[in-house]
Design a protein around this ligand. Structure first.
Ligand SMILES: [Zn+2]
Length: 369
């Protein structure tokens, strides 16, 4: 009896050990399989390319239709171990390519800006931004539809360069002042929806102005507080560098660059709002289309008989070409055009343009984040 019992006991022990070993083996096999398939997946996720003579990250990305603005950092991340000094690439070396549509994440780097937020006693978030001037510096956040989005706003010209100059009686209407006022209003609208905004061109004492004649000055600076050079190439490089530095600091976030001018080349009867993107940037193209569609809807609704003709097209422009974030260049009209002068002198019109641009940017954020 006892022997049988012992035998059974031993048998059971052995069975248990066998069972345990089999389970261990099974678990090991399953884990290996998972690791293996993950590696296969990873390899499939990232196509590789070989660097050619004369290549840099920029040219590799452009050759594969990836906007450097969006994919420069992902590329560096994916290939950290294979890059040389200053992120140079080696001829013949294979590099992983980021997969289109994979940027945008939730890293929250420390950012600096002028806007300061505090929660009011009522619970609504009150913001102050001294750039908007006494009348407009305080505002409340109406919703969070742009939470997580970062915008770089560049108003055209500034500093020693007034841009196009319109004449009205004794007054000079300078493009940079009108572009700046709309841009500043846009900045405030975006912040009202929870966006992080960087005004790249700033005028510390202008604020948002309700006057019809915006008197010209030359004290605009480039972010954070650099005086603007007279030379055009240096001027464009300065603002592009400012944007690109911030882009790197905000790595992983949804980021867009908006450039605003008022010296449209259009010769038509109606001077419409036109949108331009870089030919290499599909995201910039989508951004431009989202804005154009918004303007079309607004005009159809508010001025159904006007017939809006504003278009989207490619344009070879320094800031579009060399900026890291997806970018749109906007011609709001022409300050030399009599009808446009009337349009821009009315403060409500400048505000409406800012509101419509803000709505378009919300549409773009919803469609692409
Ligand atoms: Zn201009």
């Amino acid at each position: 009896m006892a022997v049988v019992f012992m035998e059974t006991n031993d048998y059971m022990k052995e069975l248990k050990i066998k069972f345990f070993a089999t389970s261990l083996y099974k678990i090991f096999a399953i884990v290996s399989l998972i690791i293996l398939s993950l590696q296969v997946l990873r390899a499939q996720d990232y196509p590789t390319v070989k660097a050619e003579r004369g290549d840099g990250i920029y040219s590799i990305l452009k050759r594969h239709n990836l906007s450097p603005g969006e994919y420069l950092n992902p590329f560096i991340e994916l290939n950290k171990d294979k890059l040389g000094k200053n992120n140079s690439v080696f001829v013949g070396q294979s590099y992983r390519l980021p997969v289109a549509g994979t940027t945008g994440g939730s890293n929250e780097p420390a950012v600096s800006g002028d806007a300061a937020a505090k929660v009011s006693s009522a619970g609504g978030k009150m913001m102050t931004n001294s750039l908007y001037g006494d009348k407009y510096s305080r505002f409340s956040v109406v919703d969070n539809s742009l939470e997580g989005a970062v915008f770089y706003l560049v108003s055209g010209h500034g500093g020693p360069d007034p841009g196009a100059i319109g004449h009205l009686g004794k007054n000079l209407l300078c493009e940079d002042e009108y572009a700046y006022d709309v841009t500043l209003r846009l900045s405030r609208s975006l912040e009202e929806h929870g966006a992080k905004v960087y005004m790249i061109i700033q005028d510390k004492n202008d604020g948002i102005r309700d006057a019809s004649i915006l008197s010209p000055d030359k004290d605009e600076v480039c972010y954070p507080s650099s005086s603007i050079p007279r030379n055009q190439t240096m001027r464009l490089r300065q603002r592009t560098d400012a944007v690109n530095k911030l882009y790197v600091a905000n790595k992983g976030r949804f980021q867009r660059l908006v450039i605003i001018h008022v010296d449209s080349r259009s010769k038509g009867e109606n001077i419409d709002v036109f949108f331009y993107h870089d030919k290499q940037s599909n995201t910039g193209k989508k951004l431009a289309w989202n804005l154009q569609k918004t303007f079309k809807e607004k005009y159809d609704y508010y001025q159904p008989n006007r017939g809006y003709q504003g278009t989207v097209s490619m344009r070879n422009l320094y800031v579009l070409k060399y900026s890291y974030p997806a970018a749109v260049f906007i011609e709001l009209g022409n300050i030399n055009h009599t009808r446009d002068q009337q349009r821009f002198m009315i403060e409500n019109n400048r505000q409406a343009l800012a509101n419509w641009l803000c709505d378009g940017l919300i549409k773009d954020f919803k469609n692409n984040k």
